[in-house]
Design a protein around this ligand. Sequence first.
Ligand code: BG6
Length: 488
Amino acid sequence: QQKPKVIIVIFGATGDLAKRKLFPSIYRLYKSGKISEDFAVVGLARRPWTNDVFRDNVENSIHDALSTDENIGTFSSHFYYHPFDVTETSSYQDLKVLLEELDGKYQTDGNRVFYLAMAPEYFGSIAQNLESYGLKESAGWSRLVIEKPFGHDLASAKELNNEIRAAFDEEQIYRIDHYLGKEMVQNIEVIRFANAIFEHLWNNQYISNVQITSSESLGVEERARYYDHSGATRDMVQNHMLQMVALLAMEPPIKLTTDEIRSEKVKVLRALRTIENEKVDKYFVRGQYDSGSINEKPVERYRDEAEELIDSNTETYVAGKVLIDNYRWSGVPFYIRTGKRMAEKSTKIVVEFKDIPMNLYFKTNREKHPNLLIIHIQPNEGVTLVLNAKKSGGSLAEPIQLAYNNYGYDGINTPEAYEKLLYDCILGDATNFTHWDEVAYSWAYIDSILKTWETTQADFPNYKSGSMGPEAADKLLEKDGFHWWPIT
Ligand code: BG6
């Protein structure tokens, strides 16, 4: 197979995402020979940088991210910087000339990825300008990659989508959800659909509940402005958490094609039971972190992290009971929780199976341990199956673990999510990107929750930094006779 040839145009090339994720990902694709020598990267941003300054930045970011000091001058010579004002006609006209020149120089066949890694308020107008100034008119293909947030609610997401769709077809649009690039998130479907022992049990007859935790120990960091406007529900649930729910709950696709997989995911999102009004506080818990300590270091409360946060009513934590009203999942709660400044950084899925009908091997009913399938997404990657067995010499059952480690630790051995997604985009595979319908159903689901929260004052702060969230999140499961399984 011929290696893909492409020019990658990055809007927001002086930003954090480009530095931390995109440049190192492009480098790894180049280094592993996945993209051909015939490639170029054009970085766009307002700063008046030169190619040399840009190339130095690219090299530094790669040295930092990959902890290497090898000479990567040949690689960085493919990078070009172009000062750009997204609202200026001349910026687009000059970019067109540059792209045509680079097409010729690197023989990239007119293939272009436009990657929007910048302030979302410009997504729509950039897409339209790319179309109107003829930047998509080349001999090859053009694709648009869009970072989050894709809108602020369903209405604004629709508006944005209309603007983008006026310039690009759905097949040309790649909406990034970087969780879909994670190795073990991609493994959810394989574990489910390649194992007879799971597929037969994967329903409301045998599964009692599913728990998805994505905890972070970091606080809001430098992103107070964005985050306070967003909150944990928009930042993590609308996208990453609901995508994991969809992958866990979807029906087997007829074939492993983009359309078939996406359409099964959409069906799950369509079946989510709307939670609104007085139901919201029964099914969802919001939290905001208080001071506390992380790894024995004292940390401030959210409201003291930046001046503008002092009266903030924004949630930095959310837990919820998600219900899927379809034949397979009726009656099975999918509990989700995510938050900042929690005890540790970890993403994990626990599938809890229903109890055996009678207790023969435990002293008391309370000692009975349900079977669990744990999918470790990060930092360690793997699968654990918790079974019951008798240890030698004893006569009663105890939980034992069958564990598989994927040998990826913090992205050292596994390709970084962005690397995989960028490569998929260059190959034209949109499977692990979110279709508009998925985005729309996810927004509709969380909009009704947020609408209720916006009208009521929260009792914040309500969880200590370094804890696993507010007590109410534990009660949410206790009411149903369950508890959160530990994430360590
Ligand atoms: C991003 C959120 O989408 O995901 C961040 O905007 C969050 O707030 C991040 O920290 C978590 O991603 P990961 O890959 O570190 O789990």
